[in-house]
Each structure stands twice: as C-alpha cells, then as structure tokens.
Design a protein. Structure first.
Length: 200
C-alpha cells in the first residue's frame, strides 16, 4: 500500500489543512468519499465503558454501512488501537482500503501505522463536527444497545463482538432499499471495480 506520509497525502486533498499536534484534518471531504459511491472509505471511533476505562474500536464503511469492531480487551492506548485498526484493514481487499476518517482523539496518535495499509491515508474530522463522521456516529448509537456506557467493555470477547457485527450488518436499511449492509458489502467484495460497476 501507499507508504507516503499522512501529511503528504492530506495536502493532496483540497479543503484539508494541518490540525494540532501533527494530526491532519479533513475540512471538506473529498468528493469521492463524501458522495458515498466509491467503496472503501471508512469512518472510525472508540466507544468507551464506565469511567472511560475500557473501549471497543468501531469502523463503518461509508457506502454500505458495514460495521467492523476492533477488540481492545486490555487497553486503548494509541499503540494498541492503531495496531488493532491496521490489522482489521489488512484483512480486507485493497480496493476496500481507501481511507479512514477519525475524530481528534489521542488514541489515533500512532496513525502512521494505519495510514501504511490504506491507499489514501487517515483523516481527522474537525472538532465539534460529528457530521464529518455521520455513519460512524449513528452506528455508535446503535452499538450502545449492546455495550452501555456504564459497563466494563473488556468483558466482551472477540466472539461477542463478531455476534454484534452480524446483527447490525444483517439489519435491513431503508437507504439500501431494505437490503442489508452485509448484502451491499458482499457486492463490493465480488467486484474488482469499487464503484459498483459490473465487471466482465
């Protein structure tokens, strides 16, 4: 994958500019990502448990709404979070590893680890601009049905997380004509063209 630095990749996109502490912000999404037509652009965040002591990483693919959860049973330091996110992306086909938009949390301080496995790198939403990660924000709300804020999230095994993923990914969505995120995502997996065009 592209090994260019996050700073360089970000400057290539109009509407982006440096954010504090060496992070980079997407002030205006690239047209490709914002239109939700091209697969492989992801939004991410952490949901935390009681006193923010435990966490689960959440990733949502923009075109399909497909959810992947990152198991963080021991801690949610930047090193652990970024390794977990990068490992999740490494399990995907290259055409579904385009970019990740995260919030300004310090848990993504080691973002170069993640950028190394993505084609277009890691971007950071402006503070106080949750709509730049709207799919992820909505999904985190759904996830709270299974992972309440006041609980210890470390008690959930990787298998527990896969079960919740399956429940959300197989829930029909109005915006997909009542198809499920899993069905839309499966179409992306079966097509080498990430725009969704049928290949010969």
């Amino acid at each position: 994958m592209n090994s260019v630095s996050v700073a360089t990749m970000t400057r290539n996109h109009p509407g982006t500019h440096p954010a504090p502490e060496g992070q980079y912000s997407r002030g205006v999404d690239t047209e490709e990502a914002a239109d939700r037509v091209v697969a492989g652009h992801w939004e991410g965040d952490l949901i935390t448990g009681s006193h923010n002591a435990t966490a689960i990483g959440t990733l949502v693919e923009r075109t399909s709404g497909y959810v992947q959860l990152v198991h963080l049973p021991t801690d949610h330091t930047a090193a652990k979070v970024c390794r977990g996110v990068a490992a999740t992306f490494e399990g995907l086909p290259e055409q579904l590893r385009r970019s990740l938009t995260w919030d300004q949390g310090s848990e993504m301080a080691a973002h170069a680890t993640v950028a190394a496995v993505l084609d277009q790198g890691v971007f950071f939403a402006h503070p106080g601009s949750p709509w730049q990660r709207g799919s992820n924000e909505n999904t985190n709300g759904l996830l709270r049905q299974y992972f309440p804020k006041s609980t210890d999230l470390s008690i959930h095994s990787a298998l527990d997380l896969r079960e919740v993923e399956n429940r959300l990914n197989n829930r029909p969505r109005k915006r997909h004509g009542w198809k499920t995120p899993a069905e839309i995502y499966a179409q992306h997996l079966s097509q080498s063209d990430p725009t969704g065009a049928t290949t010969s």
